[in-house]
Write a new protein. Structure first.
Length: 205
């Protein structure tokens, strides 16, 4: 692959790898989850809640559910959340479980978020994360993370999202990776069959 050089100043990577997801995209993703999986959530967790776009979309779909939000930064609690804690999700020590864990995790800690979040998903529950498509590649993730935590679905986005604070143009293409509790490794140590992952596309604009 050729190297591309530019004298243009690239936007600085946001502190804590924070990219605010457009509310419309949050709505479309969670509506897809509700429709395709027939999922009626009662206990949701947004582990990197930020300004609350994902939580707002969740509250619109499941207004009677209990929603917990976490963020590493000191932020005001958005109205949609029933419980709010300022903490690094990876440092959280809790026995609480949820039927839906969702959001836009920091890319540089995404694998750790997936492993941690999976331990908090109830049997039959779902985990839904927005990530760059290239997260699906890589020898290490293929041989370790995805063999243990194999996705139920990969939802490719037809349009690139523009994240608040990340500049106007986003060079990455994105997907939503969905895990379902039954699709992951069980107590017998049986690995997830890769051929069980379904691919789909979301025209969200």
């Amino acid at each position: 692959m050729p190297t591309i050089y530019t004298d243009k100043q690239l936007p600085a990577r946001p502190r804590n790898d924070v990219y605010v997801t457009p509310l419309r995209l949050c709505r479309q993703v969670l509506e897809y989850v509700q429709r395709v999986y027939k999922h009626e959530s009662k206990y949701g967790l947004d582990p990197c809640a930020g300004t609350g776009a994902w939580g707002q979309a969740y509250g619109e779909l499941w207004p009677l559910a209990h929603l917990t939000g976490l963020d590493i930064r000191y932020l005001q609690q958005p109205e949609t959340y029933d419980k709010w804690t300022t903490i690094d999700f990876l440092a959280l020590n809790t026995s609480a479980t949820y039927d839906l864990v969702f959001g836009n995790p920091p890319f540089n800690q995404a694998a750790e978020f997936i492993v941690k979040a999976h331990s908090m998903v109830k049997f039959g529950g779902l985990m839904v994360f927005l990530l760059p498509i290239h997260f699906l590649g890589g020898q290490d993730r293929t041989r370790s993370l995805f063999r243990i935590h194999g996705p139920s679905r990969v939802l490719f986005l037809a349009q690139r999202p523009n994240f608040e604070g990340a500049g106007r143009a986003n060079p990455n293409t994105y997907c939503v990776i969905i895990w379902r509790n039954e699709d992951t490794i069980n107590d017998t140590g049986v690995e997830h069959p890769f051929y069980g992952t379904i691919c789909d596309w979301l025209d969200w604009k």
